[in-house]
Design a protein around this ligand. Structure first.
Ligand code: COA
Length: 258
């Protein structure tokens, strides 16, 4: 499919880069969400080794397109489009890295939260400012932010709507790494490329088990891990990895991804 509001680059090192390109402030309009959902479906059908999601240099994404808001009639489809798209991204069986340069506000922050890992530029600013419009986050922010930074910090952020700069984001676990602006792109690709060389099916099982455990009890999560631990021994890479360790020591295995 040809995209107009984003680009997809598939690199030889196995990293796929999705770049939002919807004008100066990258609003997550319904049209952009449709393209984002399509690109996620395209990636799911032909999986890369890892995914990087990024946006503009000054603005990662300014959130939902406020000009498309109306009343309750519009709110339902907008919320559904956000949830369906970000859920599909989050469910990709690959490590998904957000490379956040500049503002990631509202739906932009929610999109970053739907990724597995967030690398922020020193200039990044996160936030859920919906309350300043008299509304609440509708793209997963109330749930994923609370699971990421804890309920009290999530409530404080969503109820004040205040911006959170990169250094604080790192401190509260909203950003996982902070790098100089000029290093952001290279660092995200280097991490993606490292992951892409790994035991991809085992990674997918690992991600699935961690995510499933976050929405269940510890006992059910541990049961999921036991099942995943048995499942992973059915992969080719588990045979390659164990044999390589016994013969050559740690870190030398060359995985096939299966
Ligand atoms: N939806 C639709 N339009 C938006 C938008 C959004 N989320 N965010 C910004 N815009 C528009 C502005 O209305 C403005 O339009 P105009 O040029 O026709 O006046 C243009 O983008 C530039 O915005 P401006 O605020 O002048 O740019 P800035 O560089 O000073 O600030 C932001 C950029 C992103 C920090 C600021 O625009 C902002 O806070 N946006 C809203 C974020 C938000 O509340 N998101 C949650 C939505 S539920």
């Amino acid at each position: 499919m040809a995209y107009e509001l984003l680009t997809l680059e598939r690199r030889d090192d196995g990293v796929a880069i999705v770049t939002l390109a919807n004008g100066k402030v990258n609003p997550l309009s319904q049209e952009l969400l449709t393209e984002l959902r399509a690109v996620v479906d395209e990636l799911a059908a032909d999986l890369p080794g890892a995914v990087v999601v990024t946006g503009g240099e000054r603005i990662f994404a300014a959130g939902a397109d406020i000009s498309q808001f109306g009343g309750q009639e519009e709110a339902g489809p907008i919320g559904e489009a956000f949830h369906a798209t970000i859920d599909a991204l989050a469910a990709l069986p690959r490590f998904v890295i957000a490379a956040v340069s500049g503002y990631a506000l509202g739906g932009g922050c929610e999109l970053a939260l739907g990724c597995d890992y967030r690398i922020a530029s020193e200039r990044a600013v996160f936030g859920q400012p919906e309350i300043l419009l008299g509304i609440i986050p509708g793209g997963g922010g109330t749930q994923r932010l609370a699971r990421t930074v804890g309920a009290s910090r999530a409530k404080e952020m969503c109820i004040t709507g205040r911006p959170v700069k990169a250094d604080e984001a790192l401190r509260i676990g909203l950003a996982d790494e902070v790098v100089a602006p000029e290093e952001l792109h290279d660092r995200a690709i280097a991490l993606g490329a490292e992951v892409a060389k790994g035991a991809l099916t085992a990674q997918a099982i690992c991600k699935r088990v961690i995510d499933a455990g976050l929405s269940t009890s510890l006992a059910d999560g541990l049961a999921g891990e036991r099942a995943g631990f048995v499942e992973v021994f059915g992969t080719e890479d588990s045979q390659i990895g164990v044999k390589s360790f016994l013969e050559h020591g740690p870190g030398k295995a060359e995985f096939t991804g299966s």
